[in-house]
Design a protein around this ligand. Structure first.
Ligand code: PHB
Length: 413
């Protein structure tokens, strides 16, 4: 029989090596706090997963301040978005209304920057390391059992012990499930629709993102590069993407954006297609014993408000701050860790509201009555006709006081 692997120890064990886990790792590295990141997927597998693309200015500053400033050179700053309904586009001047903006910089690129940085600094990130069990979060030596990739599913079982365990392991979080039932509150809202997402090889159809609603449902015209674009349209959550030819995809998209102004999308081959189910969820508490949750492990939002990655990065900045204070003190008072939940909760719930509001305003509810359809259009019309309305949307979209990189952050949330 093989000798059991020795138990390892670190100060912070981070379960999940997506952007939230890797950013926390980077920040802990700069503070000299010893830690290990365990990620169940390979780096390449994460890289190949297409994810959303909008960063608030504060997320861009977080990355740039941490030395990852490729976003400033290669990301596309967007000063506005369009809302399109009744076949006409209405620009929301994000910058003019808030002084802020957003960056189109796909999550994959954020991940690449963080993973490259981790490799450069020699941070202990273990890919294909699957956590099988969360251990003893009520003690001062919590930990995880995990298996490495060697030998496939029969990999060696190991144990890692730490002072603090952080779950940044995404919406299917193993860590979240170890919150005892009697303390866990899970607030969930399901939506009766999903997004059909495609990557197409075609030039940009519009200079900025277009969020559109029509009698055929919602569509979002986003972008990637000069040659590839990211487009979405509302579909049934059980839709099978394999049943969609390129022609059918384009027909559906074109009829959702069609209007009296003659707007048409520039077409090309569809290279990737998938259905993205979405829901709103928040788990509380985000600290229990010596375990803390951040990012999608703690909350998910529908993609309509482009908030998911921004919330995750904002969580981690606060979490790092709380952990450095906690480790600097001699006494280990768990209640001090609750500062983290107190500080992130307001932003999380504002983002929940914003994402649910944008989703409801822009999607056709299955079986929607004529009254409800016209009411939604009237809501959009009221919003775009009012500077206060446009500003309300712009403030939410840019992240409530998110300040452009390089400016003072005073007054930002
Ligand atoms: C994207 O480009 O993938 C994207 C942009 C805006 C959203 C969601 C996704 O609201």
């Amino acid at each position: 029989m093989a000798t059991p692997a020795p138990i390892e120890r670190t100060r912070v064990a981070i379960v999940g090596g997506g952007p939230a886990g890797l950013l926390l790792s980077h920040l802990l590295h700069t503070s000299g706090i010893d830690h290990v990141v365990l990620e169940s997927r390979s780096r390449d597998e994460i890289y190949r997963t297409t994810r959303a693309g909008i960063l608030e200015a504060s997320s861009v500053s977080t990355l740039a301040d941490a030395g990852m400033d490729r976003v400033l050179r290669e990301g596309d700053r967007h000063d506005g978005i369009a809302l399109r309904f009744d076949g006409e586009s209405h620009r929301i001047d994000l910058h003019g209304l808030t002084g802020s903006a957003v960056w189109l910089y796909p999550q994959t690129e954020v991940f690449t920057d963080l993973a490259d940085r981790a490799a450069e600094t020699g941070t202990d990130v273990r890919w294909q390391a699957s956590v099988t069990e969360v251990l003893d979060i009520h003690t001062d030596s919590p930990g995880v059992r995990w298996t490495d990739a060697e030998g496939g599913s029969g990999g060696t079982e190991r144990e890692l012990r730490c002072d603090v365990l952080v779950g940044t392991d995404g919406s299917h979080s193993t860590c979240r499930h170890s919150l005892p039932e009697d303390v866990r509150r899970h607030f969930v809202h399901e939506y009766p629709y999903a997004w059909f997402g495609v990557i197409v090889e075609a030039p940009r159809s519009a200079p900025e993102l277009v969020y559109t609603t029509s009698e055929h449902g919602f569509a979002l015209i986003s972008q990637r590069t000069d040659t590839h674009q990211r487009l979405y349209f509302q579909c049934d959550p059980d839709e099978d993407p394999a049943g969609w030819s390129d022609d059918r995809v384009w027909h559906e998209l074109q009829r959702r954006v069609a209007g009296t102004d003659g707007f048409r999308l520039l077409e090309g081959p569809v290279q990737e297609r998938s259905v993205l189910r979405f829901r709103s969820s928040v788990v509380e508490p985000v600290r229990h014993g010596r375990m803390l949750l951040a990012g999608d492990a703690a909350h998910t939002v529908p993609p309509t408000g482009a908030k998911g990655l921004n919330l995750a990065l904002a969580d981690v900045v606060v979490l790092h701050d709380v952990l450095t204070t906690w480790f600097a003190r001699r006494e280990r008072d768990e209640a001090l860790l609750d500062e983290y939940g107190r500080r992130v909760s307001e932003r999380v719930w504002r983002a929940q509201h914003f994402s649910a509001w944008m989703s409801r305003m822009l999607h056709t509810h299955p079986g929607e009555s004529g009254f409800e359809h016209r009411r939604r259009i009237a809501e959009l019309r009221t919003l775009v006709a009012s500077e206060a309305g446009r500003r309300y949307l712009a403030e939410g979209y840019t992240g409530w006081g998110s300040v452009l990189p390089g400016r003072t952050t005073e007054g930002a949330m």
